[in-house]
Design a protein around this ligand. Structure first.
Ligand code: FES
Ligand SMILES: [Fe+2]
Length: 444
């Protein structure tokens, strides 16, 4: 493993970390099958019996809301001969029945039915053949994480400084909860998963179309992000553990469309819906409401390794190969607010994040160009030297100018730590307990 550590230097990284299939396999073992990774959102399985089929690396899992209301995550693999027992992305069911020979499991993963049981011998024990359970599951502000390692860092320890931003995101709602009920934008790109990061340096170039359109719509001051220069007060943050953040509040923000309506607080329009939203937030958060709203609208973080929260959107990253990645974006709907507020969030999401939006497709294009460029590995080291001297801000955080490569170095340091550890923990016994044992971990 020590060889991997040499690929990450203080101010540069070796491009083989983006192109090597061997390294991709090692990443699955050392990162996705060991660390806490984001799996699903609680709103995707709101009621007992609800399930969602998701992935941890290349392993497909069922996130299930059990009859007792708790969330269990099981490998989608029949204990008989291994077929997946659940094919739908979402649904609600009392049982999962394997299509191969009909073995049947309940929503807690227990094996409850085997066809023609008389042909199994005396020692056949159904109670030992429940769906294998992902060892550790935890939630934070509605975000469900899982770890395939039996022991180790708790979710709270892993999230560290990111916990507060997850809460800020959800607190844009008077109920403190969001729901992924407005669909998703799903895409694949031919590039490495690690390209999806926090980068304040690329905005004025990769997203010139976005800035030009905003300027045309709302005037020069509306080109949010255009302030991302070396003179900007905007910041890039290393939050520790690979998590990072952009703070784009260094200048007054002007929302898209704000020129045509008066803003009553942090981009909330002076309309019936906007005023009702403010009243609901005042009732929920009292004197803090304006600050809560401001914070909720300024979240711009990457929770390492595979979750991003940006404005109204949640973005998940799934590696498929060294040079292939799936990205799913969801507009997060605020619970308990007027429809007008959520409609605006969906429109904003479509405008930037949608597969036909003005923002995300440009990022995807760049990631693919990156992967093509890296095949020419004659001079293989990549430069991550912008703003090397980040300023400490306590709690292990450090901060630089928004265009600094503070986030990239933060993520590479986490990668180096993970890839330098001793062998995998996901051996046959460690990967999945029997359904039933309870060691759910909850973080708020
Ligand atoms: S593989 Fe599932 S019942 Fe045979
Ligand atoms: Fe971008």
């Amino acid at each position: 493993m020590s060889g991997y550590a040499d690929l990450i230097q203080r101010d540069r990284v070796h491009s083989t970390i983006f192109t090597s299939e061997d390294i991709y396999q090692a990443e699955l073992t050392n990162i996705f099958y060991r660390y806490w990774v984001y799996v699903a959102h609680e709103s995707e399985v709101p009621n007992p019996g609800d399930y969602a089929v998701k992935w941890i690396g290349e392993k497909q899992v069922i996130v299930s809301r059990r009859a007792d209301g708790e969330i269990g995550i099981f490998f989608n693999r029949c204990r008989h001969r291994g077929a997946t027992v659940c094919m739908d992305a979402y649904g609600s069911a009392t049982f999962f029945r394997c299509p191969y020979h009909g073995w049947t499991y309940d929503s807690a993963g227990s094996l409850v039915g085997v066809p023609y049981p008389s042909r199994y011998g005396e020692g056949f024990d159904k109670s030992a053949l429940g769906l294998a359970r992902v060892p550790r599951v935890g939630t934070s502000s509605g975000f469900i994480f899982a770890s395939l390692a039996e022991d180790g860092t708790t979710l709270e320890e892993h999230l560290g400084n990111a916990v507060g931003y997850l809460a800020d995101f959800a607190n844009g709602s008077p109920t403190g909860t969001v729901s992924l009920t407005a669909g998703a934008s799903k895409s694949f790109f031919r590039g490495n998963w690690k390209f999806v990061g926090m980068d304040g340096y690329h905005t004025n170039f990769t997203h010139k179309t976005v800035l030009d359109l905003r300027q045309r719509k709302s005037g020069p001051s509306a080109a949010r992000g255009a302030g991302n220069t070396d003179k900007s007060l905007n910041e890039s943050w290393d939050l520790g553990n690979g998590h990072c953040r952009l703070d784009l509040t260094g200048r007054d923000k002007v929302e898209v469309g704000a020129a045509s309506t008066t803003s009553i607080a942090a981009g909330i329009p002076d309309t019936d819906g906007g005023r009702t939203y403010m009243r609901l937030m005042d009732e929920a958060y009292g004197d803090e409401s304006r600050e809560v709203i401001r914070r909720s609208r300024d979240v711009h973080i990457h929770v390492w390794p595979n979750l991003q929260l940006i404005g109204p959107s949640i973005r998940t990253v799934r590696p498929l190969a060294a040079g292939r990645t799936e990205v799913i974006c969801y507009p997060a709907m605020l619970d308990g607010v007027p429809e007008e507020i959520n409609t605006a969030r969906v429109r904003s999401f479509e405008w930037f994040n949608g597969v036909a939006g003005f923002g995300s497709p440009d990022d995807t294009e760049i990631f693919e160009r990156n992967q093509i460029g890296l095949q020419a590995d004659y001079r293989p080291w990549l430069v991550l030297a912008r703003g090397l001297e980040a300023e400490p801000r306590g709690n292990g955080s450090s901060v630089g100018n928004v265009t600094d490569e503070v986030p990239q170095r933060a993520q590479m340091r986490a990668w180096k730590t993970a890839m330098s550890q001793a062998g995998p923990t996901n051996d046959a016994d460690a990967t999945g307990k029997e359904a039933g044992a309870a060691d759910r971990e909850v973080t708020r």
